[in-house]
Design a protein around this ligand. Structure first.
Ligand SMILES: [Zn+2]
Length: 124
């Protein structure tokens, strides 16, 4: 990766970090006043759930983005954390904060899927 490309990714990552930071500060919809109406309460609970999920997604992206900026400082940006291979620039353009190459990400996703099936409560 050339310095020019690195610099471009740094700018993208910094802009993204600022954007995600902003979304983690938006807590609208999480503190909703209680309503006497049952349907309102159900809707509010659902809205709160969505707002919390959005917040969690933004803070996890923020973590990934900051980690990517840190790797950039260490000269490790663009290399997979698992296998040390270069992450394709196509993937970095789509997900500039990606810590893993496509193959490792897929292996990871599969492993997580297996883990979540195994985590289902089992009969004692
Ligand atoms: Zn990899």
């Amino acid at each position: 990766m050339t310095n020019f490309e690195l610099e471009r990714f740094r700018q993208i990552l910094e802009a993204k970090a600022a954007e995600f930071e902003n979304s983690t500060r938006q807590r609208d919809g999480i503190c909703v006043e209680g309503s006497a109406d049952e349907l309102d309460r159900v809707l509010q609970a659902r809205q709160r759930e969505i707002a919390v999920q959005r917040l969690e997604a933004a803070s996890s992206r923020l973590r990934d983005t900051r980690a990517a900026l840190l790797r950039m400082e260490q000269g490790r940006y663009g290399f997979c954390l698992e296998c040390d291979e270069r992450i394709s620039s196509k993937r970095l353009q789509a997900l500039p904060w990606a810590p893993l190459c496509v193959q490792c990400q897929e292996a990871n996703d599969q492993w997580n899927a297996v883990k979540s099936t195994r985590a289902l409560p089992m009969a004692a």
